[in-house]
Design a protein around this ligand. Sequence first.
Ligand SMILES: C[S@@+](CC[C@H](N)C(=O)[O-])C[C@H]1O[C@@H](n2cnc3c(N)ncnc32)[C@H](O)[C@@H]1O
Length: 225
Amino acid sequence: MEKSPPPQISQSPEPLPNKKGLWKGLWGTEYDHTRKEDMFLVTFQHLHNEGQLGRVIVDIGSGKYPVTRHLPPEAQVKVIAVDIASDEKQQYPNQLKIRFDIENLFRDQEATRAAVSKVGEFLHLDAGQDGALCTPDMQKQIDTIVCSDVLNYVDYQKVITSLKTYMKPGARLILAEMPGRGYKQLHSGAGLDSAYTLESFLERSGFEIEIRRENWPSLLVAKLV
Ligand SMILES: C[S@@+](CC[C@H](N)C(=O)[O-])C[C@H]1O[C@@H](n2cnc3c(N)ncnc32)[C@H](O)[C@@H]1O
């Protein structure tokens, strides 16, 4: 099949200047959705047309209005929307919303086990009983991980390294992130510091950059090779 060209996204103006309890207060704030909407619509549609979205999509730091709502309606996907302040109220079929601090993946085995168990149930997989954090069934299930405006707030290198256990070979990261943007008082000291550091970390970690858009809304699509 002939490959379609990478998505063409119209240029936007420069960015506007712009942990659980604190995030709760911000829950429901619109995080520039209007400006990102077009980019996600086009990118998701492109990956879907290329057969690259897969079946299991995880939206990390999804917020109240997950960008994954822009997935093509015809895509047969299951979406797991993870957020530290999630209301856990399902918004549409084939979506699981879970309240989870993504940094627990490397910090809190008990909380991770509980989250993995919920995901296992949602995907009709064996998530394992006591002790097993990641049974062979649960490993390598994720096809696509979406991070939109969240990596400034977490130790992103440890988060991405932890997530790799659950990603299929060839799975993709879709990152709409801009170092330094957002609620600075909530930024992690181990959050993004530059686009260069992010890309070189991804390459060292076994990802290949497939799509790069540098102006806001910035975008990286990286494949686990
Ligand atoms: C700036 S908002 C972005 C929301 C949405 N992804 C978007 O692009 O509009 C950041 C989101 O990340 C969530 N978040 C922050 N730290 C997190 C963590 N450690 N684990 C999971 N979610 C987190 C917040 O609750 C918030 O909903």
